[in-house]
Design a protein around this ligand. Structure first.
Ligand code: GLN
Length: 477
């Protein structure tokens, strides 16, 4: 019997190296779980075709001594990340029959390690949403409570890890889409520095915000995956060259001072979440961290800025789905008519809402909301830099509330958008952020806190994350 519940990447690697179980056996246990659980959870939209070949290659690596920490580790992949020869729909009807013609760079890097790609996971359509309810392929359920959402937009990936249908998973972050589902499923989620991980082969949502991001059952799991993914890629113009990643200069500094922008969450945060957050702060203080109150007056506008910049980028990105080059194609009486038919049948309501919003915003030109949002973004980036001259890390709850019921917030987009109140600053400023489980409530629903660090300081997030895991473990005893 493999103890999947307590399995981490390192433990799996040790067992595979010792021969306690083989890659085949490990993969078969997860496939068995997919078989028995996925119908109910709807986390996977499909299994990949190459599993057997990947298992064979991984076992060979163990035999010939070239296995690394990730060799033979099962992965679920969000459905907006391309794997050559496999379907990738981004959760949309418009790409229902799309087959990727190349590997995303993140996939290529993981293939080199010999991971096993199990299947593609459910997501909000084109990664727009916080609950996986805008998927064209049905809602996914939260394995911790089947009446609730697993978060979004990468809710299939979080559900798959939390229900032991995979050990690790990839998602993408444009604004919280890995941290929020991590929080809702009791997992660790890392949003890397913008420019750290290649976006090549990701179906774009908002190019100035998107990043590939890992889910893990532990901080160390996300660190192992990040270390493999964080490589310069000439195929992505926003990928930053290794020598320009400032980390090496400062990587030995251990975080000591934590700033909390209390003024950002005086209202709008659920009582239970606030209580848990305060308890987590006490724990950190108790183990020697200095916690100080900070003010971030511009950062307060991150979510508002996001909802100007993101739809603008969405409306341009999604204009490529015109029924000519990719995906669904509906014949019409004229070119315009066929665009209209294809796009109104292919896109769901949320995608259409954001395309409309984005087109409206961009139609005003730079003197309108878009120009203002870009300026506000600059102010937020600056404020973030200044903040990190005073404190090593910034701490907030990950999400202002607990996982909500399926069906909730679907007819109130603004209520849904508030899920990202605390995620938005890191995406807008491009800094890294990690979501960490911080306990459960009486009904077994998970709490989560989030740290932000300066650009390129993922190491500081891993360091504090591991410390917090230990403090939290100790508390449970
Ligand atoms: N909740 C965010 C939104 O709806 C999710 C974006 C993301 O990170 N993909 O835009």
């Amino acid at each position: 019997m493999i103890d999947l519940k307590n399995l981490t990447i390192e433990k799996a690697h040790e067992s595979l190296s010792r021969g306690d179980f083989s890659v085949r056996e490990l993969v078969d246990v997860y496939l068995g779980n997919i078989n028995s659980k996925n119908k109910e959870l709807n986390a996977y939209l499909g299994l990949y075709k190459n599993i057997d070949e990947e298992v064979r290659l991984a076992e060979e690596k163990f035999k010939n001594g070239t296995a690394t920490l990730l060799t033979g580790i099962p992965f679920a992949v969000k459905d907006n990340i391309l794997i050559e020869g496999e379907t990738a729909t981004a959760g949309s009807k418009i790409l229902e029959n799309y087959i990727a013609s190349y590997d995303a760079t993140a996939v290529k890097l993981l293939k080199k390690e010999g991971v096993i790609f199990l299947g593609r996971t459910n997501m909000d359509e084109f990664a727009m949403g916080s609950s996986t309810q805008t998927s064209a392929y049905g809602v996914a359920r939260n394995p911790l409570d089947l009446t609730r959402v697993p978060g979004g937009s990468s809710g299939g990936s979080s559900g798959a890890v939390a229900s032991l249908m995979t050990l690790s998973a990839l998602g993408t972050e444009t604004c919280g889409s890995v941290r929020e589902p991590s929080a809702f499923c009791g997992l660790v989620g890392l949003k890397p520095t913008y420019g750290a991980v290649s976006r090549h082969g990701i179906i774009a949502m908002g190019n100035s915000l998107d990043q590939v991001a890992p889910f893990g059952k532990s901080v160390r799991d996300t660190e192992i995956i990040f270390n493999v993914l964080a490589k310069y890629d000439p195929k992505d113009a926003t990928s930053v060259k290794e020598e320009l990643r400032l980390k090496s200069k400062i990587s030995n500094l251990k975080p000591k001072t934590i700033g909390i922008p209390w003024h950002l969450f005086e209202t709008g945060v659920d009582g239970e979440v606030m209580e848990n957050f305060k308890k987590s702060v006490k724990k950190l203080e108790g183990s020697g961290y200095k916690v100080v109150d900070i003010k971030m007056p511009y950062t307060k506008y991150s979510l508002a800025v996001y909802y100007i910049i993101m739809p603008s980028e969405v409306s341009t990105n999604l204009s490529r789905f015109d029924g000519v080059r990719y995906g669904l194609s509906m014949a019409g009486e004229s070119v315009n008519d066929s665009y209209k038919k294809t796009r109104s049948q292919g896109f769901g309501a949320e995608a259409r809402r954001r395309i409309t919003l984005g087109n409206y915003i961009l139609s005003q030109g730079l003197s309108g909301a878009y120009g203002k949002a870009v300026k506000a973004r600059e102010a937020i980036v600056k404020e973030m830099d200044q903040t990190f001259q005073k404190v090593d890390l910034v701490l907030t709850p990950t999400v202002p509330f607990l996982p909500f019921k399926i069906g909730e917030k679907m007819d109130d987009p603004v209520a849904m958008y508030l899920s990202d109140l605390f995620s938005a600053p890191a995406n807008i400023a491009g800094v890294p952020s990690i979501a960490l489980p911080s306990g459960i409530n009486k009904e077994g629903l998970p709490f989560s806190i989030q740290f932000m660090a300066p650009h390129w300081r993922e190491d500081a997030l891993f360091e504090i994350g591991k410390k917090f895991e230990i403090i939290d473990e100790y508390e449970k005893k």
